[in-house]
Ligand binder design. Structure first.
Ligand code: CTP
Ligand code: MG
Length: 177
């Protein structure tokens, strides 16, 4: 088994497109919401004003750009010889997971921006993994091995927290979570 440091570096490398897509959505967000301001049958917003087309597209684009740079500069043999499809599915999947989370948050009566510990931090990881597994199953299973997955689940909430605190002080986020 590879050393823990190596596993951590591999995990961060593999997740980088998703890790970039998520905060990039905050930077690019604004404008028309994905649910077009419409309500669900329960009278509450389908997704809410926190999920916008600009965020979705800008976030996906940034994740894909990072992934392409990783494809070009990957040290040979280093994990995650990304495919373009994997890069896309990690980025887009991250934001899709975040939107699915918002859908369920609205259903249980949570307002936009109201915090849901752990779920807010791992929604995009789950989305990235599920979409990548569906679109690029062999690549996913080859790269996201058991220990890589464990490391990502453990490290992501801490990384997410740090990113959001930075975003909060940069006045990009309304709340530090
Ligand atoms: N954002 C966006 N489009 C997305 C995702 C995020 O525009 N697809 C922007 C919004 O400005 C959003 C901010 O990034 O307010 C923070 O994202 P997030 O924490 O996911 O949304 P919340 O506002 O907390 O909404 P929710 O309660 O639905 O999670
Ligand atoms: Mg939030």
């Amino acid at each position: 088994m590879a050393g823990i440091t190596e596993i951590i570096i591999q995990a961060l490398w593999l997740m980088l497109p998703a890790y970039i897509a998520n905060p990039a959505a905050v930077v690019f967000g604004g404008g028309a919401p994905v649910d077009f301001g419409k309500n669900w049958i329960d009278g509450k917003r389908i997704l809410g004003d926190g999920k916008t087309f600009r965020g979705l597209i800008g976030g996906t684009a940034c994740g894909v750009i990072i992934g392409i740079i990783q494809m070009l500069y990957s040290p040979s043999g280093f994990p995650g010889e990304f495919t373009l499809l994997a890069v896309f599915s990690l980025s887009f999947g991250a934001l899709l997971g975040d939107m699915v989370k918002s859908f369920f948050k609205r259903r249980i009566g949570y307002e936009r921006g109201e915090k849901l510990p752990f779920i807010d931090q791992l929604d995009f990881v789950a989305g990235a993994w599920i979409v990548t597994y569906l679109l690029e199953p062999e690549w996913f299973l080859e790269n996201f091995t058991f220990w890589i997955i464990i490391v990502i689940i453990v490290l992501t909430p801490a990384l997410h927290r740090i990113t959001n605190i930075i975003g909060y002080y940069m006045k990009l986020k309304k709340e530090p979570w």
